[in-house]
Each structure stands twice: as C-alpha cells, then as structure tokens.
Design a protein around this ligand. Structure first.
Ligand code: DPP
Ligand code: ZN
Length: 848
C-alpha cells in the first residue's frame, strides 16, 4: 500500500463547475449517471486527467457528448481530455446491498444511505474525490421508496423521483443520499436574519417518540452558533437521518446529517443521562460543522484537525454553556487522558496534523479531535477571548467557500493579534504528551517573600520524532495562602523555553500553588506534592478543575502505594473525600465526579509513566479494595446521599436532575458493596428511566448478582436494538476478570449477536477491550478472542476492524508474557491473507 505525504500536495488539474447526478436505485444494481463540467485549473501542475473510482462497473463514458474509452484501474481512471472546459458524463453500476464496509452507498435494514467521508464518494461514481475540489451539486433520485433525500434544498419531485439542489460548493465527502420508508419529526427555526428553516429528524416507523430531545438540541445549537459565533444556517431545510448501521457517531453532510441511531435517538425509558448529554453534543458538533468544515473545509486530509479540532472545541463550549463548565472540563480531561494520552504515549502517537498516512480513516483519532480541540483552547487562552472571536470573524470572512490549511488558520490569529505563532505551531507538528516538571523556591524578605516556580519541559520521543523542540505552554497558576485564601488569582504564564522561572513577589507567607488551573494545557505535570497539600487544595482551591484534580492525585497516590505494598495515605484521602461529598455548596455532578476513582487504564498509564510495569489484576484488586474501604467508612453519608438525591417528578435530562442522579448513582455503586445489592435490586425493579435501571444493573453486575436482572432486562428490551447494545456491552465490560473472555465468547453465540452491525460488534468485542483486567487476563484468552473476531470482521468492514485494533495499542506497557501473547496475536492478524489496507497499517504501526 502506498504512503501519502503532506509534502506532496498538488492542486487538481481541473476545477469542477457543476455536478449533476442521477441515481436509479436498486439494491443489487444501482445506476449512477454523472454529468460534470470541468475546466482546467489555472497554473495547475501538468499531468493526466485522473478521476478516483473504486468498485465501480463503468457502463459508458462521454466527453462533450462523444463516447470515450478511459483506462480504468482498481483506484480510478485516466482519459485524454480537451485543453479547455468540457463536460464529462458517465454511467456506472454499483451494488449497495453487498456493501458491508458501510462506505459509499450502502443499505441498512432496507434503507439506502451514504457515508462519504473521507474517501467514500469514489465508490459511488468517478470523481476527483479530494476535499479541495468544491462544486455545487444537483441530484435526482429515482426510486419507489417514499422518502428520497439529498443535500441542499428540494427542487422538484414526482411519482418515483425527487430532485435536490445544493447551491453551496462542497467537496464530495459532504455528499449524501438517503432513501427509505421513513417518518419525520418536524419543526421550524427562524434564523436571526429571518430565514425560515424546515427541520426534520427522519427515523424508522416506531422510533418517532425518540426524536424530541434531538430536535430541541438542534434548535439550541442553531441559536447558540448565532449568538456566540454569529453564524447562521444557510439553506431552507435541515435534515437529520438516524441509521442503524454506521461506522462512526455521525456525519455533517451539507443539509443532510446522517447519524448513527445511537447518537440521535433518545427517550427517558431507553437512554441514560450520559446518552442524552452525548446526543446533545454530537447534534451540536455536526451542526457546527456547517461553518467549520462545510463552508470552510480542508485543503487535504492532513488538515483534518482544522475542522475537527475546532468543531470539537465549539461543541465543548456549547455543552459547557448548556450545562456546567466545570463538570464539562473534568469530563473532557478524563476523556483526553483516557484516550488521547494513551494514544500519544504508545506506538500510534502522531501529530495533531500528521505528515503521512496510508489510510486516512485511521487518523480520525483522539489526537486529531481531542488534542486538536485542546490546541484551539490554548490559542484562545493565549490571545484572550476578544481577540479569539475577532480572529474567528476574520477566518469566516476571509476563507468562506475555501479549502484551507492550518497555516491559513494561524494566519488569521497572527493578523488579528500581531503575534508570531511560529513556535505555537509546533503543537500541530510534534506528537507526544509534554511533561512539565515543577520545582519551587521560597525566600522570605522584609517587604514580603518571593515565591519562584521553576518549570522545565520535555516531550518524549514518538515514532519518527526522536527529538522535540520546546512548545508554547500556557500554564494557568493561582496561589493560596496557608489559611486557604487566594492571594494571587489565576494568571496565565507563557512558558516557552526548555526551562524557565516565574517569580511572585511581596507575599506574606509561603503560598500553596494551584498549577495548570482548568487544565490549561494538555501536558503531564510532574511535581512532588504531599498528601496534606493535596487535601488542602481539595478543600480550598477556587479552581474547580484543580480541586477535583487534587482528589484525583490523592486517589492515585493511595492506589500506587497500595499496589507497591507501601503504607498509603488512605485515611486522609477518605477524610477529604467525605468532606467533599458532604459539601452541599458543591454541584452534585461535581461531587459525583470526585467520588469516581481513577479508571483501571488510567492507573496503568500512571504506573507505566513512573517507570513501573502495571499489572492489570493488581490494579483491579487495589481499586476494589479502596472502594470497599470507602464504602465501609463513608457508608452513613453515602446512604444519606442516596436518599437525598432521589429526583422527584417526571424524568428530565437537564444538568440539574442528571447531576443529582449521578451523585446518587455514585453512592449506590459504593453502597452495593456493603448492602448485598438490596438497594440496587429495589431501584432496578422500580426504575422508570434507563439511567436508574442501567445504573442498578451495573451495580448488580459489579457484585456478581445480576442474573435475574439481566434476564428481566432482556425480556423487557429485546425489541430495542440500542438498549440491547447496552445489555451486551455491560455484561462484558463489567465481567470479573477471569470470566470476561468466556462471557464475551458466549455472547458472540447469542441469537441477537449481529456481528455485522458496528454498534453490536463494538458492544461485545469493544466491551472486552474496555474491561482492562479481563482483557489482560493472564490466560491470554481475551487477546485470542478479540483477534479471531478482528480477522473475521476485516473483509466485511475494514474501518471498524482497524479502529478496534487499538485495543492492543498499550501492549508495550505490560510484562514479557503478556507482550509475547499480544505480539503472537498481532502477527497472526497481520499474516491474514487479503488483510485490508486499514488494518494492515494499524497492526504494522502497533507492532513497530
Ligand atoms: N466528520 C465526522 C465528525 O467528526 C466524522 N466522520 O463529525
Ligand atoms: Zn466532526
């Protein structure tokens, strides 16, 4: 397979002025007729006329009406063309019903749909399938199905056909088509300048009652983008469609967003609070792409973070505004550390803007998305809010309708602020999580003492990048006096050298520093800190993130020391946790987060970072032991919280009620360890919403007492696929370590295990990877089971297979036995005849 390099970018030989497509839909033999007007690109490099095309059966082709015979290969075609403008026409045949890769035009339970990002359009017709070729599209769909949708505005329909016109030039990856027996949940939105927009969420009959929340989230997103970024919607219709078989969460196709049904369908009975929050965030994310992604798109796929990092940042801001900024920040950092730090500190580490790839689908990563969003956040912190929004206005003004680069993006900030961002740009080019070491000095003086922070930064080597340059790191710092008052409010230190000192003068006494407030940069802070100091910050820090972080640090200390067989400050941790959990001035959602102990994988990474070889079973046992200790020592408070946090009245998914439920659930998860599951059983039996039903079920699974509940749950929900995904996933991810592989294997033999459905496959096989002690069971059974299934899925769906192979990305952390078994399995996977380009690239990077 060929490696593609950023450095090799060249514009396409031609521009596209207009695209006309006609689809004659039939499951096994859909005809796609294209009529495309091309003109030579001024000053483009010379070269043959090449159109991408894969798995297409070319029926006929014409240039300016005259038949031609192009040279067709497995990746596209070349053809002699006139020197000036010309019209290309082609007819191809494709087979949606056998398209199991879910890329291009495919079928999901008798409905037609498309997924074209990144390079799926080339499976629909011959075309320059690259994001820098933008054109207006007109699409005619011919089919007997009742609902026929494409991008843009409807411009005609009749018996068995519909036509759609999208006036906004777009790259082919934003093309979409849907046809099926669907019903809509309709609403309207009037934009600030008075455009009346028809909104629809299209679903299968039977799912109508799961649309209201998504619609509300859409309208709030539209309003928010007007108020915060001054961006209005630009078509007369906005359609969302829910699809059961989908590789990703959702897709921002112009005017026709297509969603994995798990990312849009919601009802109190079937969706948890976490589902509601995720759905709200994804609806916002896809809608926000209309400006950051669609109106301004990427020049090439190396610039993916241009749209994804910015759009994730925008959806994070939105969720913070809708709910709680403090809670959202903690959740985002948990996710960053859990997924991006894991990636950045292993064999798959790559820059936010990669410099090469084999298969672009493998770069829709936590680094591009989440670290990409962190980079935007740092930029905003450095230039300030006013300059940030000025720069964004300039970005939209200057680049509307263009396909852009990170250079274009940084230039609007340089032009707005006069700053030189060349050093900042290293965040896009250097992989790896920077370490910031902190040393302190205190010198008392007659006019007050001086406190000095010495910061030192290093970024470890990553694949292909042995040496790293210093980065611009915004370090937000505040200082507290020993009595708990804030003596220096938050200020942002611009840390740019390898080693740098920052002084604070005129202090009455040696302060306690609160460093990296709000997690102001995606780095690992290395600082000696006592349990007393952590407990002090947990009690007094005014920065909610660092308050939470102090508790987290204490928990990690306790766990690391327990695992190392050393005396651990468990008592002061439990005291601090008790004080915090009992503090009614704090938001219940925040208290719930503080009660949640570090995840197993987070502990494994922490131990590995401190030079140890993590043992997943030891981590599992230490966590269990600590949870039992907390339950035993805080049982009274937890029982009170469980009663007090009950939410009266009908279910509402808002921040306040879901915060109370999450604190109640945190209490229940501890109480179940000491009450034998009594409360969980009662809650399970009486729950009228999925949050409480599933919360109770997971507690029962946790103590191995869920057999009856699992059976009842199945009986109740067997006809709801999304709920059954939870049933499959939870029993694997919460299985005791030595039974996880057996449980997962048994579930793959279940009559409802539809392994070609990505959600179901992820629930079971992904669920096993999310159970670290079970996945790394010393027998190696889980490694073998996951590998067997990856080998089976690869020919059917390479994209999901490649994604799931990241279960193995942390293998170098572990002991020689585990590494040996993983290597054997990865080599077995790599040696599979006909392995896809997607999976081949992933396995070879993981093994390298
Ligand atoms: N572009 C999609 C998203 O992130 C993923 N294909 O919204
Ligand atoms: Zn996106």
């Amino acid at each position: 397979a060929q490696t593609i390099y950023l450095a090799d970018y060249a514009p396409f030989t031609h521009t596209v002025e207009q695209v006309h497509l006609t689809f004659r839909l039939a499951p096994g033999a859909t005809r796609v007729l294209s009529r495309i007007s091309f003109a030579p690109t001024p000053n483009a490099p010379a070269g043959p006329f090449f159109l991408h095309g894969e798995q297409l059966n070319l029926i006929s082709a014409r240039i300016d009406g005259a038949p031609v015979t192009p040279e067709v290969t497995a990746t596209g075609l070349t053809c002699p063309v006139p020197d000036g403008p010309f019209t290309w026409e082609a007819e191809v045949e494709i087979s949606p019903e056998t398209n199991t890769a879910l890329e291009g035009l495919y079928m999901s339970r008798s409905m037609y749909c498309t997924q074209c990002e990144a390079e799926g359009f080339r499976k629909i017709t011959f075309y320059p399938d690259r994001p820098d070729v933008m054109a207006p599209f007109t699409v005619r769909i011919e089919s007997d199905l009742p609902v026929l949708l494409s991008n843009g505005n409807p411009t005609g329909n009749g018996d068995g056909w519909a036509e759609w016109t999208d006036p906004w030039p777009k790259p082919a990856y934003l093309f979409a088509l849907v046809a099926g027996e669907l019903v809509n949940h309709a609403d309207r939105f009037t934009t600030a300048s008075g455009r009346d927009v028809e909104l629809n969420i299209w679903v299968r009959p039977g799912d109508e009652h799961k649309c209201a929340f998504g619609m509300d989230a859409l309208k709030r997103s539209m309003q928010w983008d007007e108020e915060v970024y001054g961006r209005e919607y630009d078509l007369d219709v906005f359609n969302i469609v829910a699809v059961d078989d989908f590789n990703m969460g959702a897709m921002e196709n112009k005017g026709l967003n297509i969603f994995n049904s798990s990312a849009v369908l919601a009802s109190p009975e079937t969706s948890t609070d976490a589902n509601f929050e995720r759905i709200e965030g994804i609806i916002a994310h896809e809608y926000f792409h209309n400006w950051t992604g669609n109106r301004i798109t990427c020049r090439d796929w190396f610039q993916l973070c241009l749209k994804e990092g910015l759009t994730v940042f925008r959806d994070q801001q939105f969720t913070g505004d809708m709910r709680s900024h403090a809670v959202k920040r903690i959740e985002d950092v948990l996710m960053l550390r859990g997924r991006q730090f894991r990636e950045d500190n292993g064999p798959l580490a790559h820059p936010v803007r990669p410099e090469s790839f084999v298969e672009i689908n493998n770069f829709y990563t936590a680094t591009v998305y989440e670290k990409g969003a962190e980079v935007i956040g740092m930029l905003k912190r450095l230039v300030g809010d006013d300059a940030y929004y000025q720069a964004l206005d300039l970005y939209f003004d200057r680049h509307d309708g263009q396909a852009c680069t990170i250079e274009d993006w940084l230039k609007v900030f340089e032009d707005t602020t006069g700053r030189d961002l060349s050093q900042f740009k290293r965040w896009y080019a250097q992989a790896g999580t920077p370490r910031v070491r902190v040393d302190e000095a205190w010198s008392p003086g007659p006019k007050g003492g001086t406190y000095t922070l010495h910061l030192r930064q290093t970024t470890p080597p990553t694949p292909g990048q042995p040496d790293k340059e210093p980065l611009v790191i915004p370090v937000a710092v505040g200082l507290l006096s020993p009595n708990g008052d804030e003596v220096v409010p938050t200020q942002v230190l611009e840390f740019t050298e390898v080693s740098q000192a920052f002084k604070f003068e005129g202090l009455a006494s040696r302060p306690v520093p609160s460093i990296l407030r709000g997690f102001s940069a995606p780095v690992i802070l290395e600082r000696q800190s006592s349990a007393d100091e952590r407990a002090f910050l947990l009690a007094h820090d005014t920065d909610p993130f660092n308050k939470w972080e102090a508790g987290r640090g204490l928990a990690k200390d306790v766990l690391s020391r327990t695992i190392a067989g050393k005396p651990a400050p468990t008592a002061s941790f439990v005291d601090a946790l008790h004080a915090m959990a009992a503090d009614t001035r704090l938001d219940p959602a925040f208290r719930a987060l503080a009660l949640r102990l570090p995840a197993q994988d987070d502990m494994a990474q922490t131990l590995f970072d401190s030079g140890l070889t993590p043992d997943p079973l030891q981590i599992y046992s230490a966590l269990r032991h600590l949870r039992e200790t907390i339950a035993a020592q805080m049982g009274g408070l937890l029982a009170d919280l469980y009663d007090e946090m009950a939410v009266p009245g009908p279910y509402r998914p808002d921040a306040e009620d879901s915060g109370r439920r999450s604190l109640r659930q945190a209490a229940l998860s501890y109480l179940t360890l000491i009450d034998g599951g009594a409360r969980a059983r009662t809650q399970f039996a009486g729950a009228d919403n999925m949050t409480e039903q599933l919360g109770a079920l997971s507690c029962l699974l946790d103590i191995g007492a869920a057999d009856t509940a699992l059976a009842d749950f199945r009986t109740q929900w067997q006809n709801d696929r999304l709920v059954m995904d939870k049933w499959f996933g939870l029993q694997v991810s919460l299985a005791p370590p030595d039974t996880a592989a057996v449980r997962a294997n048994a579930l793959t033999e279940d009559r409802d295990f539809d392994w070609k459905n990505p959600n179901r496959f992820r629930a079971v096989i992904g669920g096993l990877a999310m159970n670290p002690a079970g996945f790394h069971d010393p027998s190696g059974a889980s490694y073998a089971l996951v590998t067997d299934w990856l080998i089976r899925l690869d020919p059917v769906n390479p994209q999901t297979t490649a994604r799931m192979s990241t279960a193995f990305e942390t293998w170098k952390r572990y002991d020689a036995d585990r590494q040996g078994m993983i290597r054997e399995n990865l080599e077995r996977l790599a040696a599979t005849p006909g392995l896809s380009r997607d999976t081949t690239e992933m396995v070879s990077r993981i093994l390298a």
